[in-house]
Design a protein around this ligand. Structure first.
Ligand SMILES: Cc1ncc(COP(=O)(O)O)c(C=O)c1O
Length: 411
């Protein structure tokens, strides 16, 4: 049990200090209980606890939307709020359908995801998601969904940063276009770096090629940046870091530093324009949640952006990234390690699964790290490391050191 937190540490129910090696769940990028965020949310709660964003509004939601657009790539000019990554993904998928319909291409209803992609647990996100176990219990999910091949290539194991080979995997989209017809496809959604399935870093040129193909065929490209946004890769977005501009960006997690649930879709000007042209007076978009743009979340979001700016968190992440890379690749020599991957402040150590017991070694490492006072994230037999952007070099060493000790202890 984790009972309190401050900076990069939790305290557990036994009173032990635990180094957070996962930024919560990839969300507490600026460190826990940041005083500025705590104060902003507390003050907001005293001033305005709730206000509907239907017909009415409140200043915080507009201020936050304006500031958020200010740190996004230039093409973006509108924000639609939700309360989680899952809701924001579903919102982005619905916006894609509405966009084509507004432009007289209502036949574009197909949605394309990617194998090993994770886009939350809504019907849309589960459908475009590419993790078999997350889909298995839920029947046929949405119709008209297909998936690109994933980008993981075991022969590129132990690559530092982006693998050189594999950009042509994006041509898999051409296969789906040939199969279904571009005129039936609304959008392609990908995580620029697949986070939940173990930090799968895109090959050099892959995202660029995906952008080229989508653009050529009038298909929207959605970047799910729930993990890659907010400094994880050393820039505000993966879009900025990779120099590829999608049509929609999905954010959550780091948006409020994990303090108050919130998700957002950042919309590019051309999509916004199509959606708002010729709309009859009244409701602009028949979509929204009771807590969309919630005052507490907006206050947390504004304060988080302030912290990012004042503390130069993206720059700090970029500066720390090479230290994490050096440290984590030292683990390549340890027993059972069959791959080490990293980009920005995200890294994964993939272990050989035990015979007939997948996931057991991974979980054993998680437990052994926790015994040493370090919290890591595990997916199957892959240990994921997601340090807060405010880590010091000593924290990086402690985190990777704990994984080393844990791995040496497993069988
Ligand atoms: C890339 C991505 N998209 C969407 C989600 C879903 O976000 P939430 O859990 O806030 O619904 C996640 C959560 O891990 C994620 O990593």
């Amino acid at each position: 049990m984790l009972v309190s937190a401050s900076g990069v540490h939790y305290r557990d129910s036994a009173g032990r200090s635990i180094l957070d090696g996962a930024s919560g769940l990839w969300c507490v990028n600026a460190g826990h209980s940041h005083p500025l965020i705590v104060e902003a949310v507390t003050e907001q709660l005293r001033t305005l606890d709730y206000a509907p964003c239907f017909e009415f509004g409140h200043p915080g939601a507009f201020e936050f939307a304006a500031d958020l657009v200010g740190v996004m790539p230039r093409a973006f000019d509108r924000v639609i709020f939700a309360n989680s990554g899952s809701e924001a993904v579903d919102t982005a998928l619905k916006l894609s359908l509405a966009y084509h319909r507004a432009r007289g291409e209502g036949g574009r209803t197909r949605l394309i995801g990617r194998e090993r992609g994770y886009h939350g647990v809504g019907f849309g996100g589960t459908s475009v998601g590419g993790i078999g176990r997350n889909r298995a219990a839920f029947g046929t999910l949405l119709p008209g969904v297909d998936h690109l091949r994933h980008t993981y290539d075991p022969s590129a194991a132990f690559t530092r940063g982006q693998p050189e080979a594999g950009a042509e995997l994006a041509r898999d989209l051409q296969r789906l276009i040939d199969l279904h017809g571009a005129e039936t496809i609304a959008a392609v959604i990908v995580e620029p770096v697949a986070g939940s399935t173990g930090v799968l870093v895109p090959p050099v040129g892959y995202l660029q090629l995906l952008r080229e193909i989508t653009e050529r065929h009038g298909i929207l490209l959605v970047f799910d940046e729930v993990i890659t946004g907010y400094g994880r890769l050393g820039g505000m977005t993966a879009s900025e870091v990779f120099g590829v501009t999608p049509d929609l960006i999905v954010l959550a997690k780091g948006l409020t530093n994990g303090t108050v649930p919130m998700g957002a879709v950042v919309v590019s000007a051309h999509v916004d324009e199509a959606l708002s042209t010729g709309v009859a007076p009244g409701v602009e978009l028949f979509h929204g949640y009771t807590c969309s743009g919630h005052p507490l979340a907006a206050a947390a979001g504004l304060a988080t952006l302030r912290v990012f700016e004042e503390e130069g968190l993206c720059e700090r992440a970029a500066a720390l990234a090479h230290l994490l890379e050096e440290a984590v690749h030292e683990l390549a020599r340890e027993p059972f390690v069959r791959d080490v991957r990293n980009i920005g402040l995200a890294a994964a150590v993939e272990l050989e699964p035990g015979a007939g017991a997948p996931g057991v070694r991974g979980f054993e490492v998680l437990k052994r790290c926790f015994e040493q006072g370090v919290l890591v994230r595990v997916t199957g037999d892959t240990i994921a490391l997601a340090p807060a952007l405010v880590y010091t070099e000593a924290h990086v060493e402690e985190l990777v050191g704990a994984v080393r000790t844990a791995v040496r202890g497993i069988h």
